[in-house]
Design a protein around this ligand. Structure first.
Ligand SMILES: NC(=O)c1ccc[n+]([C@@H]2O[C@H](COP(=O)([O-])OP(=O)(O)OC[C@H]3O[C@@H](n4cnc5c(N)ncnc54)[C@H](OP(=O)(O)O)[C@@H]3O)[C@@H](O)[C@H]2O)c1
Length: 249
């Protein structure tokens, strides 16, 4: 049976690699993207396996329009990658010293509510064995934030912690249906999101990034492996790293 894959934020970064690697496996990919990039268009080999749909996950109307197109073409979804997300450049200042924190609302709308909008819009296509893989972050873990004693990145971290809570609830709701819900920590990934911040960072952080960061195609391959083999994740756990380390909430 044709595998049906949905990826949000497929125009660049990790989303692009989710789309590319699934196309290479012969799957049909619904590549949802706010900005239709040439890079994404070039993945189209004319075989009809790539369906590019413009979609802003911050907008209910936009999500519903993209979902209507998917519903007209597919009778199920095997994997939904809730990948699209934003960081917040203003987050390099702590909440007390920041000029204002109104930008938190936009970050929350995209990172926390957007993935649930997607699930709601596609819920009739989610069947036994379907996987909802959300690209979360170590920053969504209250334990990790405490451990690292972070003082900035508050808007982003709050949005990912809220995503984690929303998806934990979704997993509770879907218990017994055979639909798997995962929150993946992808590592520190060499995409525009991380690299744009690194340019302004102190040298020690830049050196740390050089040493520890992972290529997007590598972490994406690891996450795809988890999505294709959900039973590899120990029972009862849904928040794991791309290398299958169990994450603390
Ligand atoms: N890079 C890291 O180190 C890292 C670490 C932990 C977690 N993550 C998470 O990984 C995911 C992918 O990030 P990335 O590193 O690949 O970053 P990226 O290269 O900046 O890509 C972000 C993608 O999300 C899309 N996007 C943003 N807002 C959107 C919206 N409202 N509607 C639809 N698409 C939207 C962007 O589209 P446009 O081109 O239109 O802006 C872009 O395609 C994000 O959820 C991020 O939080 C990244």
């Amino acid at each position: 049976m044709l595998r049906e894959i949905v990826v949000t934020g497929a125009g660049r970064g990790m989303g692009y690699h989710f789309a590319k690697q699934h196309l290479e496996m012969g799957d049909r990919v619904f590549a949802l993207t706010r900005t239709v990039t040439n890079e994404l268009k070039q993945l189209d080999n004319g075989g009809g396996k790539l369906v590019i749909l413009q979609c802003d996950i911050a907008s209910l109307g936009s999500v519903q329009a993209a979902a209507a197109k998917i519903l007209s073409l597919a009778d199920h979804v095997d994997i939904l990658y809730n990948n699209a997300g934003v960081n917040a450049p203003q987050d390099d200042i702590n909440v007390l010293d920041a000029e204002d924190i109104e930008y938190f609302l936009n970050v929350y709308n995209i990172n926390a509510v957007g993935p649930l909008r997607m699930v709601r819009a596609l819920k009739t296509l989610l069947k036994k064995g379907s996987v909802i893989l959300n690209v979360s972050s170590e920053c969504g873990s209250i334990y990790e934030i405490q451990l690292a004693s972070h003082k900035n990145i508050c808007g982003y971290a709050m949005s990912k912690a809220a995503l984690n809570m929303g998806m934990r609830m979704l997993a509770n709701i879907l218990e017994g249906t055979g639909v798997h819900v995962f929150l993946l920590e992808p590592g520190w990934v060499r995409t525009e999101m991380a690299e744009s911040g690194i340019k302004k960072a102190p040298e020690a952080v830049r050196l740390d990034f050089e040493a520890r960061s992972v290529k997007p195609e590598v972490t994406v391959a690891n996450m795809i492996d988890i999505a294709l083999h959900p039973k590899k994740v120990p029972e009862g756990h849904i928040y794991v790293s791309h290398q299958m380390k169990l994450m603390q909430w």
